[in-house]
Design a protein around this ligand. Structure first.
Ligand code: ZN
Length: 262
């Protein structure tokens, strides 16, 4: 298997990037490499598979979106970072996430619920305005809290939880959610997929368990990288892992025609 990166593609610019760009079925593109090809209208052809997608041109046979699985994690407000880790403390990036500017921090905290605790829960940075804890339904049973399924930032009437850090504790009155699965995409991707911000996408899992997710909200922004975000429960139910692909079947309750439009 080859992982094709944007750097690889840029190096080919001198001699010309072939169109169509032919790869083997097991090859993988980084999100930046996919954007690079789409931005130049270069079509990808997959050898030994019917799974080809168009780089923004009309008549796409199949359009696939890479999966990003999120384990339980926390976004912290700046004042909560200081309460948990000490005055003036700044989070330390451990690795970059698929969305530009977002990172997994080296720091972790313990979650304490009415029924139990969970150690080493990863903090994602940078710090935000309001703290938000994202857990799976399974985590909720261990902790003894049952948060609603919500999009990030929609925190009204959500349960709270206690966070324990090395320098102190924070009792959140609200802010715990089970994240609603969603797709991030750039404006360029949205044009290629014929969708708009806020559309509800129908996605089919391509692995051993061919589940369909019929109502996946799409968020479009120039700074977004194409990614389908699901939690660990959803990933396990569908036998998916980060980097797997799902197929876009339709939007807003209607299946796409073979030309890739409703
Ligand atoms: Zn996301």
């Amino acid at each position: 298997m080859a992982v094709i990166t944007e750097t690889t593609l840029r190096a080919m610019l001198r001699t010309g990037v072939p169109n169509p760009f032919v790869v083997h079925a097991e090859d993988r593109f980084t999100p930046a490499a996919t954007d690079f090809l789409k931005g130049r209208g270069i079509r990808v052809e997959v050898l030994g598979s019917a799974n080809a997608f168009s780089g923004g041109s009309e008549g796409a046979l199949e359009q696939t979106i890479p999966v990003g699985v999120s384990n339980r994690h926390i976004h912290l407000a700046t004042e909560d970072v200081e309460r948990l880790f000490g005055a003036g403390y700044k989070l330390t990036p451990l690795r970059a996430l698929s969305q530009t500017g977002q990172f997994a921090a080296t720091e972790t905290v313990t979650l304490l619920g009415p029924k139990g605790l969970m150690k080493d829960v990863r903090i994602l940075g940078p710090a935000r305005g309001v703290s938000q804890v994202e857990i799976s339904r399974t985590d909720g049973f261990s902790l003894g809290i049952h948060p609603p399924v919500r999009m990030s930032g929609s925190l009204e009437a959500t349960p709270g939880i206690t966070l324990i850090g090395p320098a102190g504790c924070v009792v959140l009155e609200s802010g715990v959610i089970v994240a609603k699965c969603h797709v991030h995409m750039s404006d360029l991707d949205a044009r290629a997929f014929h969708v708009q911000d806020g559309d509800s996408l129908m996605l089919q899992m391509l692995g051993e368990r061919t589940l369909i997710f019929p109502n996946v909200t799409v968020r479009v922004s120039p700074r977004y990288t194409l990614d389908f975000h699901i939690d660990l429960d959803e990933a396990n139910a569908a036998s998916l892992k980060t980097g797997d692909k799902v197929r876009l079947l339709g939007k807003n309750g209607k299946l796409f025609s073979s030309a890739g439009r409703c």
